[in-house]
Design a protein around this ligand. Structure first.
Ligand SMILES: NC(=O)c1ccc[n+]([C@@H]2O[C@H](COP(=O)([O-])OP(=O)(O)OC[C@H]3O[C@@H](n4cnc5c(N)ncnc54)[C@H](O)[C@@H]3O)[C@@H](O)[C@H]2O)c1
Length: 325
């Protein structure tokens, strides 16, 4: 029997704290070589992009593949979202697909979760920190949730080029997290924050990296193609650069690939993978003044660990529909 979990089922069992624990474990497996993580496969049918993201986590006993598509004309042509995803979870012992679940909410939460984990290891450990969020879409909301779970924050500032998106963000997230959220009139106001998250759809730099204050931690999760970037060369040069995966950063992330191509940095500027910091193979932040930067491209290990967590919780709660395929 295969368990089918729709978006509501997933939402009802998935919370940020548990997702952060699962994702942290997955990154430790990656660093300890108990994870199998092939590069994602992309196919471009006429109207969009289809990505296949498989991974296996030996210790967690999790094997799955996410199928995610980006079809820009979906909203206008078919009244469907641009990005649609489903995860197929398998039993590692038999290989059988034991669960098919919606992957939209899962993707957003696991992306917030990895930023939460990076914040836990790399940001300064002070109370009442201020968070600056660039972008106010689906991912931006989860970024704030992940950071709020990881550290003690007093308030958040948000900046988006869309006034409507910002209004929705403030309404939803202040209710959810019970913190003060302020709409910033210009992006520069966010550069005073202790922790900055970039979660926009911009393909060009969104702030002046010379103006970021020492001690800041940045989670950069937007742009992930070689020619697009949210961060300028200056902030890359000033930061201790940690990535989710070195291979992914040097094959997908314009944020680091463009400064490398310009000759502004060497490949050795890539300091560590997040898993190396989690497992203590490399040190995280070493003083209060360094600027730490975490670049997230999004890895299948995050999806697989989160899918296993959702499945286990759903079975325990007795939710979803079982079908004989
Ligand atoms: N790293 C990962 O694992 C991962 C996972 C999913 C999505 N993403 C990426 O995250 C980004 C955001 O995704 P989303 O689903 O939230 O998209 P979205 O369309 O819901 O939100 C993006 C927001 O960015 C805003 N924006 C665009 N340019 C801006 C600028 N210069 N300054 C401020 N705001 C600006 C838009 O107005 C919009 O509100 C995309 O680039 C997406 O590809 C990354």
């Amino acid at each position: 029997m295969t368990l089918i979990l729709n978006r509501e089922n997933v939402i009802s069992v998935l919370n940020m704290k548990d997702c952060m624990d699962a994702v942290e474990h997955a990154f430790a497996e990656l660093a300890n070589n108990t994870a199998v993580l092939p590069l994602r496969i992309g196919i471009t049918p006429p109207d969009g992009l289809a990505l296949y993201m498989p991974a296996y986590l030996k210790e967690m006993g999790a094997l799955a593949c996410k199928v995610v598509t980006v079809y820009k004309n979906n909203p206008s042509k078919h009244n469907l979202p641009t990005t649609i995803g489903k995860v197929l979870l398998q039993d590692p012992e038999t290989g059988d697909v034991i669960c098919i679940m919606d992957g939209g909410y899962l993707t957003a939460v696991r992306t917030g979760a990895v930023s939460g984990v990076a914040t836990k290891y790399l940001a300064r450990k002070e109370k009442n920190q201020v968070v600056g969020i660039f972008g106010s879409g689906v991912q931006a909301k989860m970024q704030l949730w992940g950071v709020a779970e990881a550290t003690n924050i007093s308030k958040a500032l948000v900046y988006d080029i869309s006034e409507n998106a910002m209004n929705t963000f403030v309404e939803e997230m202040s209710k959810k997290l019970k913190i003060e959220i302020i709409k910033a009139k210009n992006p520069e106001l966010l550069l005073d924050a202790d922790i900055i998250c970039t979660a926009t759809s911009s393909s060009t730099p969104i702030f002046d990296g010379t103006k970021v204050k020492p001690g800041t931690h940045i989670n950069a999760i937007g742009s992930h193609t070689p020619n697009a970037r949210e961060l300028d060369t200056e902030i890359i040069k000033r930061s201790k650069f940690v990535g989710d995966s070195k291979i992914a950063c040097f094959s997908e992330a314009g944020d680091i690939m463009i400064p490398l191509k310009e000759g502004a940095i060497q490949e050795s500027h890539f300091y560590a993978e997040l898993g190396e910091i989690i497992t203590g193979k490399k040190k995280g932040r070493i003083n209060e003044n360094e600027i730490t930067l975490f670049k997230s491209n999004g890895l299948a290990i995050q999806d697989v660990a989160t899918a296993k967590l959702i499945f286990d919780k759903a079975v325990k709660a007795g939710i979803g529909n079982k079908v004989n395929i």
